[in-house]
Design a protein around this ligand. Structure first.
Ligand code: PMT
Length: 325
């Protein structure tokens, strides 16, 4: 699903396609609650100044969107992404003094949790007696850090976590976020690391109940998901700083595709990554440069997101200066 994304070579997304996507999408559950938390988050962060880069907020998207095949869905098409990129980047943005809206796929990696084993509950804890649970000393530090740092960032209002599962939820929440960050102008960043479906089944043409296999092979037509990058960039929050990601499995086409996305969607940066080496290195493509960013392999546990976020923060600062000049 993910690899078939020649949408970058198609003409710009017409606005009516975007409108009809939203009009036909199932209503977002808790939309009012989400809007309220976004408003509170933005208000709070725009009034913060001590020790933080005043007013700087980044929306980090993370994990993959699903495409339901039925309204009461049992089956769906998924997009590959563990959410590690988004979760790790969130930690480095917080360290750099940014406030973060973390738009993540339910069940994927969380900030400050990357060093936990795959099944933390079963691997880190044991039952000591009837009323006590103990942490395995081997994992104690990691568990402590995951809980304290994650909760501290949420409690002090610098991390807002918003979950999604389907493509409908993802794009509707992204639209709400863009509306709330619009007023921040160049101080806002969109760091779009989520793997977003390119095809979907429109809600009105979806069956209500589970598709029955007794009727033989399944013949289903998927519509193209309108690319939302142009809407974000041109309409929803035009002054923000935009970073999109380009994932390919064929290194030979990666840079050309990243270049194309940079120009077509007027991104400030496109981060090109190849599936098998994505945790080791990425190539940051901008109008004037291509910078290879590598993980420091001499340091145990070093992540490529550390130098990557440093570079993003540097270019974002330059962008703010340029806009303010
Ligand atoms: O989560 P990990 O396992 O750590 O992996 C990280 C990653 C490989 C998923 C991440 O680094 C990455 O490359 N994410 C983007 C993958 C992707 O969906 O690429 P794309 O070519 O389909 O989309 C490019 C951009 O267009 C994306 O930033 C996406 O947000 C945007 N898009 C995509 C589809 C669509 N309909 N509208 C969009 O705006």
């Amino acid at each position: 699903m993910e690899a078939v994304d020649d949408a970058d070579q198609l003409p710009e997304t017409p606005k009516n396609e975007v409108m009809s996507f939203f009009e036909s999408a199932p209503p977002l559950k808790d939309a009012a609650e989400t809007e309220k938390s976004l408003k509170e988050f933005v208000d709070r962060n725009t009034s913060l100044s001590v020790n933080r880069k005043a007013n700087r907020v980044v929306c980090v998207t993370s994990g993959g969107t699903t495409v339901p095949l039925e309204k009461r869905y049992v089956r769906y098409i998924d997009n590959f992404a563990s959410g590690h990129r988004g979760a790790a980047s969130t930690e480095y943005f917080l360290k750099a003094g940014y406030s973060v809206i973390f738009l993540y796929r339910r069940g994927t990696c969380q900030p400050f949790c990357s060093l936990l084993p795959d099944d933390p509950l079963l691997e880190c804890f044991s039952v000591a007696d009837d009323s006590n649970i103990e942490v395995d000393p081997l994992h104690a530090e990691t568990v402590k850090r995951a809980i304290t740092e994650n909760r501290a960032a949420v409690a002090d209002g610098t991390l807002l976590k918003l979950p999604f599962t389907t493509i409908f939820e993802y794009l509707q929440i992204l639209q709400l976020i863009s509306a709330s960050l619009r007023s921040l102008g160049p101080s806002a960043i969109f760091y779009l690391a989520a793997a977003v479906s390119d095809f979907y089944v429109p809600w009105e043409s979806m069956t209500l109940h589970k598709i029955q296999s007794a009727s033989g092979p399944l013949d289903m037509r998927l519509a193209q998901v309108p690319k939302m990058l142009s809407m974000l960039r041109n309409e929803w929050a035009p002054m923000a700083f935009y970073i999109s990601f380009k994932l390919e499995t064929d290194q030979d086409i990666l840079l050309a595709k990243a270049d194309m996305a940079l120009k077509k969607y007027k991104m400030h940066m496109v981060i090109a990554n190849e599936l098998s080496t994505r945790k080791e290195e990425v190539i940051v493509v901008t109008e004037h440069e291509k910078v290879t960013v590598r993980r420091d392999s001499t340091q145990a546990g070093a992540e490529v997101e550390c130098p990557l976020v440093e570079l993003v923060v540097d270019r974002h600062s330059a962008y703010i200066k340029k806009v303010d000049a």
